[in-house]
Write a protein of this length. Structure first.
Lengths: 260, 260
């Protein structure tokens, strides 16, 4: 299964964002990808202030409908970050739709990072559910979520084989993309795809480095820090099975010894 | 606080091992270190078969007494890997003694790796207790243990600032030393010191790369793959505090959402 990550600067106008997603989805599908992931809050931008986030959340139904149209038009699944109606503040959300425009999963970021996230959003109440796409069992996480080994472990223990992560990761935290995301893949023998912004947004200097890490932790594909691109990676169930035969972490755990 | 890691080929004769530990401890103390870590099963070797391990465990009292003498002679704490009496098979153990020869901690490896470990040892029943040395709160793990994020997380949640890890890590698993150990340090904002063998032992080609990773995950010191050396790293409580002010993972956890 080929997957695509759309590394882009933020687009604050949602119509522009949708046009760019449409263009990237067309490019991804032409390259053989059956799912494309966007960065966090791809529909409207991330570092935009609480009022703008609240406005975007009110438009969520229309934005999701537009995403479903794009997915259907190009016959490609989409995992896109956007503001979703919450309690008081909106959720920092990600929605997965299949190539027929059907909703597969809706997730609310559970670990809010720093003052910007907390001012703009309400934390989600549950980790991602899992869904199936082209024979792969998939879970979602958003940005800071993936820095917690507990999140990817929980998804892997439920059977996730692939974890898709929209993010908005800024300098100087490149080690998330180069160290922690590869570690999450290796320690769970799962594929982790981490789709970041490039460019600038307010004080934030996004560090790109979007990546797809295989179940041995090694890069299957990686973007540069500053390129806008549609990154393609080809996933193999046979390679996953080979890796899981050797990587024994999931079955050698001793949960009775661990702190909650 | 300066710490030392003794990267060495395995020594199958315990008298030779003790002489080499004595020599390395003297060198470490001269370099200003107040604690020295050895590889896993430093007293007699790791890939040595169940009978040899059982024999070594029966000598544990004498070997521990010898370690205490070395620690006292050089006024340096030691964390050494050795076989300890178990139930049926021995434990794959690590003992910490201070520079006055007093026992600080005794730990039994809880995660046994593969056929060699399981044939030779019984798994421990609890994670390491913590102990204090020169103002640092310290826990132990052995080799495969540290590959499980749950182990270092459990120790960090109890207050560990430094985790000392005797290991016997072989090719091709260099990513443990270069990716997972740095990730354990960064995701918990702790120092992790990973002391490996170099050289060969039976089928095993040890990959060295002993390291001390700071609380931001970056190397404070690292040995090469094939050198025998006494690696020194200088730890700073001020640097730990600075890092912990920025690295927010420990306080941003949401344990109510995680699988056990």
């Amino acid at each position: 299964m080929k997957i695509a990550l759309w590394q882009t600067p933020p687009h604050h106008d949602v119509q522009t964002a949708l046009e760019q997603i449409d263009s990237a989805a067309k490019q991804a599908r032409a390259a053989g990808a059956v799912v494309m992931v966007t960065p966090e809050m791809a529909l409207g931008g991330y570092n935009i202030g609480p009022e703008k986030c609240a406005e975007l959340a009110q438009q969520a139904d229309g934005l999701i409908a537009a995403l479903k149209q794009i997915a259907t038009a190009h016959d490609i699944a989409l995992v896109a970050g956007l503001a979703l109606p919450g309690e008081g503040r909106p959720f920092n959300g990600a929605i997965a739709v299949d190539g027929h425009g059907r909703e597969l999963c809706c997730y609310h970021k559970t670990h809010l990072y720093g003052d910007v996230d907390r001012a703009q959003f309400t934390a989600g109440k549950a980790l991602s559910g899992l869904f199936d796409l082209h024979g792969w069992r998939i879970g979602l996480a958003i940005c800071y979520d993936v820095e917690f080994p507990e999140v990817t472990r929980s998804l892997a223990l439920q059977g996730a084989e692939l974890i898709l992560v929209p993010t908005a990761n800024m300098a100087p935290f490149t080690s998330v993309a180069t160290r922690l995301v590869p570690a999450r893949a290796e320690e769970n023998a799962v594929v982790v795809a981490y789709c970041n912004y490039t460019g600038h947004e307010g004080d934030f200097d996004y560090c790109g480095l979007s990546c797809v890490c295989g179940p041995d932790g090694n890069d299957l594909a990686r973007s540069k820090a500053s390129d806008s691109d549609v990154l393609i990676a080809d996933l193999s169930h046979a390679a996953l099975a080979d890796c899981r035969a050797v990587m024994t972490h999931l079955r050698d755990r001793r949960p009775e010894l661990y702190r909650p």
